[in-house]
Design a binder for this molecule. Structure first.
Ligand code: CO
Length: 216
C-alpha cells in the first residue's frame, strides 16, 4: 500500500469515527457553511488552521500560501477574500504566520530560487522597510523571527489597502483584521495587530467609492 492509499483508508476511518460520535455530523455539514473567520496562513504543513484553533470543519474559511502573503495582484487570494467578505460575511480575517517560517528564511538569503524569487520578493520588500531594526539584531534566529512578525503586520495592512475590505468597512463596519504569530515550539498563537477602520491606514491608500460602484 502506498502513502496515498493509506491516506484514503485513514479518511474512511475518520469518517466512521465522526459518525460513531455523532450520527448527524455529515448531514449538518453538507447543508451549511457559515464560518466567522477567514484564515490566511502559511502553507507549512505544521500549522493547520482547524487543528491549532481547536475548531471544526465549517468554522474557518482558509487560504494558505508560502509565508502567508497578501499580494494585491494575487487573483487567488483576492477571490477568496471577496467571497469570504461579500458572500460568507465573515467577521474576522486572520493573517496567521509562524516562527521559523521557511519562506521568511529563504527571503533573507541571497540564494536564487527560480520562480519562487518572484514570490519571496514581497518579503524582501518588508525587510527593506524595516532594515534598520532588523540589521541591528545580531542573532540570526531572533532576526528571522522578528521579520516573521513584521511580515504578518505588513500583510494585515495590505488587506486594509484592498477595495474589498474598504468597501465592507464602509458598508458593514466589518470584518476586523488580525495578525497573529504561531509558535511551532509550544503551539501558542500570539496576537500582533488588529485593524478595524480606515483610520488605521495612511490617507493615500483610502478609496472614495461611488454609490453604485460594483467593480473591485
Ligand atoms: Co511558513
Amino acid at each position: 500500500m502506498n502513502e496515498y492509499e493509506k491516506l484514503l483508508l485513514q479518511n474512511k476511518a475518520w469518517a466512521k469515527e465522526r459518525l460513531d460520535i455523532d450520527p448527524d455530523y455529515f448531514n449538518r455539514q453538507a447543508h451549511v457553511q457559515k464560518p466567522e473567520f477567514l484564515w490566511i496562513g502559511c502553507s507549512d504543513s505544521r500549522v493547520p488552521a482547524n487543528e491549532v484553533t481547536n475548531t471544526q470543519p465549517g468554522e474557518i474559511f482558509v487560504h494558505r500560501n508560502v509565508a502567508n502573503l497578501v499580494v494585491n495582484t494575487d487573483l487567488n487570494m483576492l477571490s477568496v477574500l471577496k467571497f469570504a467578505v461579500e458572500v460568507l460575511e465573515i467577521k474576522h480575517v486572520i493573517v496567521s504566520g509562524h516562527y521559523g517560517c521557511g519562506g521568511i528564511k529563504a527571503a533573507m538569503t541571497n540564494n536564487h530560487y527560480g520562480l519562487l524569487n518572484k514570490w519571496l520578493r514581497n518579503i524582501k520588500d518588508v525587510y527593506r522597510l524595516h532594515s534598520d531594526e532588523l540589521i541591528a539584531i545580531e542573532d540570526n534566529e531572533i532576526r528571522t523571527n522578528r521579520l516573521v512578525e513584521l511580515n504578518i503586520i505588513e500583510q494585515v495592512y495590505n488587506l486594509a489597502k484592498t477595495s474589498i475590505i474598504q468597501k465592507s468597512w464602509a458598508k458593514n463596519q466589518s470584518p476586523i483584521l488580525h495578525g497573529s504569530v504561531y509558535s511551532l515550539e509550544n503551539g501558542i498563537m500570539n496576537d500582533l495587530i488588529t485593524l478595524d477602520s480606515l483610520s488605521s491606514i495612511p490617507d493615500v491608500y483610502r478609496f472614495n467609492f461611488d454609490e453604485d460602484e460594483t467593480d473591485d
